[in-house]
Design a protein around this ligand. Structure first.
Ligand code: M6R
Length: 367
């Protein structure tokens, strides 16, 4: 059932070209220049007239929500807030019938997310679900939604569900932006063509980085700490990379927006600190270059995820992982893949049980 892979997690990482493709299937019609999403379309005025969109989730799904905020604000220009379900539900949030709440949950059973939705529903908000498990509790309580068709995710560490969530959020942002006129037709057409090519790019990343990342992982088996840095769309990708490492290898890791480094974490940097830095060409590249200079001046060990042919960051980094270039908004999908592999191999070399990490459950049905 693991399809020849040693663990479900590795199988699920490798399934991503297909799971992303399946998530877009029937929705992204590139030739017709259309995104079909009945759940959005049937309630499009509700979205269009929303005071704001509130995204509610936990864990990895919350990271997807942060990227959703960047996507929806950039392309549809609708204000978005992202909240941990557990915080939202207990802080007497201001919520009205003019708000749209999007819940993101792989399992559709997360207790805090469910409770937060019940609260939002009581206050009259329109509730949209992004779930992977069909007919799950969250899918049933929502007014409308889109399933991520990632297929069953068995590994406790979420991988393909995360990239499928990003795919749905991208489709929603583009669809709403096209409808409300914030995303012009020419841009819409080129973005959807690029989105359609993402599964191929993921395939390429898997082929070209798998062995390399495996080798890099060997050098960090005994690390005790890691920093993950990114900017813009890749700041949440850094958080997610750090969470993956924590969950399965039990190495302490923190994700930060790269610019926040100088407000504290830079004090941690010395020759023993590995720093994963996501530095694609599009998206504050020059700023990232100076962040890397600051890290190297303190002898930190830099593992850089860069675009093919990169020069500046690559020249300074200790380890270079190349990924294909994309528009900034797609870069977290592509950059996440080598970070999943890195966490996976470090955990495997440490002898950890990657599919069932200690203290964790696949769905957190207690608060
Ligand atoms: O099923 P959900 O998406 O609601 O689960 C949320 C979190 O419990 C989940 O993402 C958790 O953080 C994962 N173990 C991450 O890999």
């Amino acid at each position: 059932e693991k399809g020849g892979y040693e663990h479900f997690m590795l199988k699920e990482i490798f399934e991503q070209p297909k799971s992303i493709h399946d998530t877009m299937r029937g929705r992204l019609l590139v030739d017709e220049g259309v995104i079909k999403m009945a759940g959005i379309w049937d309630h499009v005025e509700r979205f269009k007239n929303a005071n704001r969109i509130i995204i509610i989730a936990c864990g990895t799904s919350w990271h997807a929500g942060l990227i959703g905020e960047y996507l929806i604000e950039e392309y549809a220009r609708i204000p978005v807030e992202v909240e941990y379900a557990s915080e939202f539900r207990y802080r007497n949030p201001i919520i009205t019938d003019k708000d749209v709440v999007i819940a993101i949950s792989q399992s559709g059973e997360t207790a805090d997310t469910m409770a937060a939705l019940k609260l939002a529903k009581e206050k009259g908000a329109f509730i949209y679900g992004i779930c992977n498990v069909v007919d799950s509790s969250i899918a049933r309580i929502t007014d409308a939604g889109s399933y991520t068709h990632a297929g069953p995710e068995i590994g406790v560490a979420s991988t393909k569900a995360f990239t499928a969530q990003l795919t749905i959020l991208t489709l929603i942002a583009f669809k709403l932006g096209k409808h409300n006129g914030n995303l012009g037709n020419a841009d819409f057409m080129s973005l959807i063509a690029e989105l359609d090519a993402i599964p191929k790019k993921i395939e390429e990343v898997l082929n070209t980085t798998h062995e390399l990342v495996q080798n890099i992982a060997k050098d960090f088996v005994n690390a005790t700490n890691f920093l993950y840095l990114g900017r813009g769309y890749n700041y949440p990708a850094a958080l997610e990379g750090a969470l993956k490492l924590k969950e399965i290898s039990y190495i302490h890791a923190e994700g930060y927006p790269a610019a926040e480094m100088k407000h504290g974490p830079i004090a941690l940097i010395d020759e023993n600190m590995p720093i994963v830095i996501i530095a694609p060409k599009k998206g504050h590249y020059d700023k990232i270059v100076s962040n890397v200079q600051e890290i190297k001046a303190r002898k930190g060990k830099v593992i850089a995820v860069v675009n093919k042919g990169d020069q500046q960051v690559s020249a300074m980094a200790d380890y270079v992982i190349e990924i294909p270039e994309t528009s900034e908004c797609f870069s977290p999908i592509v950059a996440s893949v080598p970070l999943q592999l890195l966490a996976y191999y470090i955990a495997v070399y440490r002898g950890a049980n990657v599919d069932q990490p200690r203290n964790l459950a696949k769905s957190v049905t207690v608060e």
